[in-house]
Design a protein around this ligand. Sequence first.
Ligand code: CO
Length: 206
Amino acid sequence: MLGDLLANNRRWAEKMEKQTPGFFKQLAAQQKPDYLWIGCSDSRVPANEIVGLMPGELFVHRNIANLVLPTDLNCISVLHYAVEVLQVKHIIVCGHYGCGGVRAALGHQDLGLIDNWLRHLKDIGYTYRDILTMDDEDARVNRLCELNVKQQVANICRTKVVQRAWQQGRELAVHGWIYSIEDGVINDLVVDADDFASIPDIYCVE
Ligand code: CO
């Protein structure tokens, strides 16, 4: 089985090189993506593929339920590198409906270690408890999936990395999208932020 993957890889590399001679040599010299993608680890949401971008065009960070936490050294390092070194112009948080992490967070099972990660989703669920009142579980899950994206866009804007870029007058926008596994379509949640007006005062860095 693993051998198949390596064989697939050889075929893919040959095809790419055939289509665009020098493709890999050019990529090896530098990467200059315009976009940072923050998405869920879910195998059904492959970042590059669903937005039709080639290697070199999308800088990617994925974790369970696409969370951006200030204490997550991994995610914040990706954000830092993308903004300050690669100078991406757009940061896209893309959640997806039916997210298993979100569903688990609305449940009450003891899942062990991951409960500490899902706690952040529970906090969002608690904040919005008054609108997560639908009888249908899927409807509640999907609404929290959307609210989570919105919260992660806010979390990104509240980082020093993003605010520093704005202070320098750089073009940098944060967007919130949601993908439907059922039809492959992404919807824009229209929660874009590209300046300090989107940040409550207490989070603003001088
Ligand atoms: Co997910």
